[in-house]
Design a protein. Structure first.
Length: 283
């Protein structure tokens, strides 16, 4: 495995590998099992696996969150190698945003402006869209791998790649969870034991909604109330519980088709998101 820090070196490393397929796994580092499930999927599908590690300042709308974001590059590089990554692309801020940088890729509409886009501000998905566009153009992969945990990010990137005719397949991998059900996240490391216990209200609320839908409840408001009952037990600062179309992020009032249930909440100082898809059969 090699580690490269510039787009020029990444392109040089990939030049001789273009005969085979290339899979890209974009990350912000602080790797955990969730990231490694993406690597394994990329490894199974491709001749070459590239992982990018870049804490993208443009997608952070809170300076404190950016400052506190864990940076563990040495460990990440070892984990990437163990998981079968061929090339790590770990640029610095100046490589990605050199002086004079003036371009923003911006997706509009519900898909980017609701929920995470509303809570974190427009700059969040603009930052994601811009950096992912740069990573796709730098690596020119056949496929790029993303986690279902960031469902709105996936929807924004689907819109982006369709709208701009980007020739890449987006592969979405299921959310990886700890044994207690909490979705794995680099931010979980910041939770105290008490906060972690309270955070479990989030996956439990999603399960309660799934069960209620399976029992035949279709009205999103009634399903939302089930979630709120469970979330109240966690004493967490809820930002939203939403029932939306997984592609457009338009609200779904009646669950008569696959519906994304998305939750965002703060537990102490840590902001967590999670989601699940329920369908008319409730599964
Ligand atoms: P991040 O480093 O948080 O930007 O995440 C990099 C990629 O890993 C994104 O596509 C995330 O959706 C994905 N990811 C993060 N956590 C998980 C998880 N628990 N399960 C599956 N994928 C994840």
């Amino acid at each position: 495995m090699i580690v490269v820090r510039t787009v020029a070196d990444l392109r040089a490393a990939l030049r001789e590998r273009r005969g085979g397929s290339i899979g890209l796994v974009p990350t912000m580092g602080a790797l955990h099992e969730g990231h490694l499930t993406l690597v394994r999927a990329a490894r199974a599908d491709n001749d070459t696996v590239v992982m990018s590690i870049f804490v993208n300042p443009a997608q952070f709308t809170e300076q404190a969150d950016l400052a506190a974001y864990p940076r563990t590059e040495e460990r990440d590089v070892a984990l990437a190698e163990e998981a079968g990554v061929d090339v790590v692309f770990a640029p610095d801020g100046g490589e990605m945003y050199p002086d004079g940088f003036s371009t923003t890729v911006s997706v509009t509409g519900s898909v980017a402006e609701t929920l995470e886009g509303a809570q974190r501000g427009r700059a969040h998905f603009d930052g994601v869209a811009t950096v992912v566009t740069k990573l796709l153009l730098a690596a020119l992969p056949d496929a790029a791998y993303f986690g279902a945990k960031d469902a709105q990010q996936v929807a924004v990137l689907r819109r982006l790649t369709a709208d701009l005719n980007v020739p890449v397949e987006l592969v979405v991998c299921p959310t990886s969870r700890d044994d207690d059900g909490l979705a794995r996240s680099s931010r979980n490391a910041r939770l105290s034991p008490d906060e972690r216990a309270r955070a479990l209200a989030i996956p439990r609320a999603l399960q309660a909604v799934t069960d209620a839908a399976a029992s035949g409840i279709r009205d999103s408001r009634a399903l939302r109330d089930r979630a709120l009952d469970v979330l109240a037990q966690g004493m967490i600062a809820l930002e939203y519980v939403a029932f939306v179309d997984p592609e457009t992020f338009e609200p779904v009032p009646q669950v008569d088709r696959p519906t994304l249930v998305a939750i965002a909440a703060r537990v102490g100082a840590t902001r967590l998101i999670d989601n699940t898809v329920i369908d008319a059969g409730g599964s």
